[in-house]
Design a protein around this ligand. Structure first.
Ligand SMILES: Nc1ncnc2c1ncn2[C@@H]1O[C@H](COP(=O)(O)OP(=O)(O)O)[C@@H](O)[C@H]1O
Ligand SMILES: [Mg+2]
Length: 372
């Protein structure tokens, strides 16, 4: 198998500088693996930082350039507060022995990725977890309604801009797959962006089985794995090797989230578990179902048979009123919250005592002046 990026690191960079240098000043490499490389660059025209993502030639073998461009144009129309938009797309021309490479640009999102957040804090509490999941589900709902699926939802593709979560790379995997001439299925192309090694922990059974129809239900499955990980600390079916994880996604039942996190409302654990069905038809029909469950829990109207729904609302309210919504410097769950509620009741006692003192002083003055 040829290396995905046949050009050496420095050659790749100088090739980009030669081809795109007029429009972009390339600053440094941000990351990327087998199927793409990501660079921080300054877009000269607007003097703003952007991210240039260059797809490995191997990931685009057999991809029809014109179709890819059309598909990318569809993805570029997405506009949603929780989606990282596409800005530009193009091709780095083939030259002396090196194949052409597709690239696109997007805004540089400065915050951490969800993967980095998970490394730092392991498990999310209810209020922050629900807030994040609602943002992601609303973005999925929006894109899916426009016929665009992601196919690579995972913590690495969730970026934080301040407090808000944004999904990166929407539509790119689908654009590649749809513009493919069947190279993937015939075995000429071994990876797609959506099949980068290292992400089977979020891959739906139908993607692993290379089913001919992979639709928005695959995103709901990946969303379920990610939601499970937020609360449990690990995705539901992660095993010691990539191969074993892929087998587990296809065969093994996910352990009930409720067993790991009995403190969560049943309505929430149950919608997450429904996303994890092996059969796409058994999953929620749309991300709107998830948004609705979370909205009901946040307003305390979910009929989940536990007292948690009310708690969810008051936790969110407290977090917002304290201005402590930041995922970055959050205090441990609930710890200070009963104190906050006690503080809210305090004014009754603090007003009554001074009032009594004032009444006593006025009464004494009246007695002194008029009655003595
Ligand atoms: N728009 C962006 N803004 C800031 N950082 C980004 C952006 N896109 C990608 N990155 C960073 O580059 C890394 C590599 O991205 P990518 O090639 O998509 O691989 P992966 O998503 O598998 O990590 C990401 O993990 C992230 O840290
Ligand atoms: Mg990515």
């Amino acid at each position: 198998m040829t290396a995905p990026f046949p050009t050496a690191e420095s050659d790749l960079r100088s090739r980009l500088e030669r081809e795109l240098g007029e429009s972009y000043a390339i600053q440094r490499e941000l990351g990327g693996g087998g199927s793409a490389k990501v660079f921080l660059a300054i877009e000269r025209a607007l003097d703003r930082p952007v991210v240039l993502k260059v797809l490995a030639p191997e990931a685009t073998v057999g991809v029809d350039g014109e179709r890819f461009r059309r598909e990318i144009l569809i993805a570029a129309r997405l506009q949603h507060p929780h989606l990282v938009p596409l800005l530009q797309a193009g091709t780095v021309n083939a030259e002396a022995g090196d194949r052409a490479m597709r690239w696109f640009s997007m805004p540089y999102v400065e915050g951490q990725t969800l993967r980095e957040q998970l490394h730092r804090r392991e498990r999310f509490g209810l209020a922050d977890g629900m807030r994040l999941l609602r943002e992601l589900a609303s973005a999925l709902m929006y894109a899916h309604a426009r016929g665009i699926v992601h196919r690579d939802i995972k913590p690495e593709n969730i970026l934080f801009s301040g407090d808000a979560a944004m999904i990166a790379d929407f539509g790119v995997a689908k654009a590649l797959d749809d513009a493919s001439d069947g190279a993937l299925k015939s075995g000429k192309r071994v990876t797609t962006v959506s099949m980068t090694l290292g992400t089977p922990a979020y891959m739906s059974p139908e993607q692993i089985n290379r089913a001919p129809m992979v639709d928005h239900k695959a995103d709901l499955y990946a969303f379920g794995c990610l939601a499970y990980e937020l609360f449990a600390g690990a995705p539901p079916l992660e095993r010691e090797s990539l191969r074993a994880t892929m087998a587990a996604q296809v065969q093994d039942p996910p352990p009930p989230l409720r067993d790991v996190r009995p403190d969560l409302p049943e309505a929430l654990t149950s919608v997450i578990m429904r996303c994890l069905h092996k059969d796409p038809l058994q999953r929620p029909h749309s991300a709107s179902v998830i948004v609705k469950v979370i909205d009901e829990l946040q307003t305390g109207t979910a009929n989940d048979g536990t007292a948690n729904s009310g708690t969810a609302h008051s936790e969110t309210a407290n977090r917002e009123s304290l201005g402590a919504g930041s995922l970055h410097n959050r205090s441990p769950e609930a710890g200070s919250r009963s104190g906050d509620r006690a503080a809210a009741r305090e004014p009754i006692t603090t007003y009554v005592v001074p009032l009594l003192v004032v009444v006593a002083v006025v009464a004494a003055a009246i007695w002194w002046v008029f009655l003595r």
